[in-house]
Write a protein that binds this ligand. Structure first.
Ligand code: GAL
Length: 707
């Protein structure tokens, strides 16, 4: 009996231990702060966080992504909440599948991680329209992100909706859940001058509104130097070591350390060397930082039409420590893990006292955290972008490579120098998988294709006529990327442009983002903008025929603006002028104010061809190639196993792809930057910026299965 009792007692104890290990360390803690950090359940913490946006991966991927984040040394998962994803129609909410925010937060908590919930609801994030639903734009009298009653009412409603959802599920740390931090607005301070005095009152209102929601955890505003109490203003950037919050009662926090950068169609893919990220991270903790978040830790994929921009690519890989497919990017992930370990070895000193920094020479700095009881941690930095150095610190000599920090958790022993990578540099590669023997694979694959030609010009009953040229986003309400502008002109043979045989030109000015010009149902020309300049202006040489001529302009958006003051007013589409030029007498004929016919979207969209079920699909031995506007369909067996799968779109033009009726995003392989590879500028030393031209060969998707 006694023996049995002892076994039972041991089991109870082990079980208790097991639960204690399983439970997130955040359970049951109010979150407060002081100038040395966030205080969770009475304990001041040094925290490392990473961004991953739940809707940019799949629920099947979440547990693995979260575990890999934890293994990489993160304490916190940070995510935005995108309003347009959850409320696509006003009052109709969607939290299913990839949008299951509650599930995502719970999974992070179950893995023992905290959560930073950035409700915004303006997010930026290279997400369509910065996260705002399109319907918001059509509310009478609304002006976004300023002291405007209709806007504030909607912003309050959505913010409260999310907060209440989290409360109902007991997800705030104050309720025993994992959420230790929230965010209201996003980087408003970068653009607030455009809103004049109303910016101030708006920010005060936003702060008071957020605080009144009573979450029991602090709110932050990033890049908002005038964030009112008790909101903590935080820093975003490639370096934040020099940042100081606007009050000595607030901790020094870095909400976005950009681990790479986003990619745009037509632009090189940015790559940020891990030595530089590690340097920026170590510098931040060296100079008093207590919370740092990598944006992104896993970037993921912009499925469907969710990417913003314009021109943001479907891949939101971001050169992050975990790549788009959920694989570890080495040595980035491993080296940062080592940095986090080294920082955590210093935690006892960091939470206990303020740092003291002294100069060890030009561009050389020692920072010491030392308590009265003798706990000591030190950082030695060489911020020179060229020269290495040897310094003397506490009687010992230390070698410091250029642009590096050494971490000494006992003020003596270097456990890590940020420029020295010890982790493995393995590179995962996709391998091509064909269903059968390679020599016959192509034929077999192609024979499975069928297609439908999309009509050129107006083809649906929902077309309408209007005098003049319409702005695209106001017209389509972003229901589709496509808007047709169609016009018939009669030429009788006596027009000046018909007489001298000289080349007539159709001139089109558009706010963007891409344009196809058809004359008499034939493609006559095209033009595209880019992220930095979405507008297009094109002169298309044309040959008009006697009699009736049809001009069809197909204007495309490629993700809506997500950044800048009044970003919703930037507009898109053919706002003109549209002119016929190249006339003998030098005159032009302006077509802009004619009666144009419009069609929102393609006929194939109206017929829901993406579901694949239409009876219109044609299967013939010759597949139409190099022709504009064709829908293609095929079926294939899913690769076996659970490894990440990608589709190879090389050889395609521009379009959107669906699998089993679900859009996996836009593709545009013909508009990728050249593979520039790493050049001399791969040197990690010195301040990084995306335009520093450190590029990686373009991350092409291969049709594949990992080996
Ligand atoms: C920041 C913004 C993020 C994201 C990032 C660039 O300014 O807060 O949402 O857009 O830039 O990736």
């Amino acid at each position: 009996m006694r023996g049995g009792g002892a076994v039972a007692a041991t089991m109870v104890f082990l079980q208790f231990l097991f639960w204690a290990l399983m439970l997130p360390s955040c359970f049951g803690g109010n979150v407060t702060y002081d100038h040395r950090g966030l205080v969770i359940g009475g304990k001041r913490r040094v925290l490392v966080s990473g961004s991953m946006h739940y809707m940019r991966s799949t629920p099947q991927m979440w547990p693995d992504l979260i575990q890999k984040s934890k293994d990489g040394g993160l304490d916190v998962i940070q995510t935005f909440v995108f309003w347009n994803l959850h409320e696509p129609v006003r009052g109709q909410y969607d939290f299913e599948g990839r949008k299951d925010l509650v599930k995502f937060v719970k999974l992070a908590g179950e893995a023992g991680l905290f959560v930073h919930l950035r409700i915004g609801p303006y997010a930026c994030a290279e997400w369509n329209y910065g996260g705002f639903p399109l319907w918001l734009h059509f509310i009478p009298g609304i002006v976004f992100r300023t002291d405007n009653e209709p806007f504030k009412a909607e912003m309050r409603r959505f913010t409260a909706k999310i907060v209440n959802m989290m409360k109902q599920e007991n997800l705030y740390a104050s309720q025993g859940g994992p959420i230790i931090l929230s965010q209201i607005e996003n980087e408003y301070g970068n653009i607030d001058s455009a809103y004049g005095e109303s910016a101030k009152t708006y920010i005060s209102w936003a702060a008071a509104m957020a605080t009144s929601l009573d979450t029991g955890v602090p709110w932050v505003m990033c890049q908002q130097s005038d964030a009112p109490n008790p909101i903590i203003n935080t820093c975003n950037g490639f370096y934040c070591d020099q940042f100081t919050p606007n009050s000595n009662n607030k901790p020094k926090m870095w909400t976005e350390n950009w681990s790479g950068w986003f990619s745009s169609f037509g632009d090189p893919v940015p790559y940020r060397p891990v030595e530089d990220i590690a340097f920026s991270t170590a510098r931040f903790y060296q100079l008093g930082g207590m919370f740092l978040n990598y944006y992104m830790y896993h970037g993921g994929t912009n499925f469907g039409r969710t990417s913003g921009g314009p021109f943001i690519t479907t891949s939101y890989d971001y050169d992050a420590p975990i790549d788009e497919y959920g694989l570890l990017r080495q040595p980035k992930w491993g080296h940062l893990k080592d940095v986090h370990k080294a920082i955590k070895l210093c935690e006892g000193a960091l939470v206990a006292t303020d740092p003291e920094t002294t100069s060890l020479g030009s561009n050389l700095e020692a920072t010491v955290y030392k308590t009265e009881s003798g706990v000591c941690a030190a950082f030695l930095a060489n911020v020179d972008s060229q020269s290495e150095a040897t310094v003397n610190f506490n009687g010992n000599s230390y070698h410091l490579p250029a642009w590096s920090v050494s971490i000494l958790p006992d003020c003596k022993t270097v456990v890590l120098n940020t420029a020295k990578i010890n982790s493995l540099a393995t590179i995962s590669e996709f391998v091509h998988q064909s269903s059968i023997d390679d020599s016959t694979a192509t034929d077999t694959f192609l024979s499975g294709w069928s297609w439908i030609h999309e009509p050129i010009g107006i083809s649906t009953d929902s077309s309408f006529m209007k005098l003049g040229l319409l702005e695209q986003i106001n017209t389509t309400a972003d229901q589709s990327d496509y808007l047709w502008y169609s016009l018939s002109i009669e030429t009788k043979g006596d027009e000046p442009f018909m007489q001298d045989g000289s080349q007539t030109v159709l001139h089109v000015d558009s706010l963007g983002h891409a344009l196809y010009v058809f004359l008499n149902k034939e493609l006559a020309g095209s033009a595209k903008g880019r992220n930095s300049e979405p507008k297009v202006s094109v002169d298309v040489p044309i040959s008009l025929i006697h009699g009736r001529n049809k001009i069809d302009l197909l204007s495309l958006t490629v993700g809506l603006q997500n950044y800048g003051a009044y970003f919703d007013k930037k507009g898109a589409g053919v706002t003109g002028p549209v002119q016929l030029k190249g006339l003998r007498n030098g005159s032009t004929v302006d077509l802009s104010s004619q009666q144009w016919t419009y069609q929102i979207g393609l006929r194939g969209e109206e017929l829901a061809l993406s579901s694949g079920t239409s009876s219109l699909w044609v299967s013939q031995p010759t597949l139409p190639k190099d022709q504009p506007l064709v829908w293609y369909k095929t079926t294939f067996d899913a690769p076996t196993g659970i490894s990440p799968v990608a589709l190879d779109f090389s050889g395609m033009g521009k379009g959107q792809a669906w699998i089993n009726g679900q859009s996996i995003g836009r593709y545009w392989p013909k508009y990728t930057a050249p593979d520039s590879g790493c050049t001399d500028s791969c040197n990690y030393r010195g301040s990084f910026s995306p335009s520093k031209s450190i590029m990686f060969p373009v991350r092409g998707c291969k049709q594949v299965k990992t080996s």
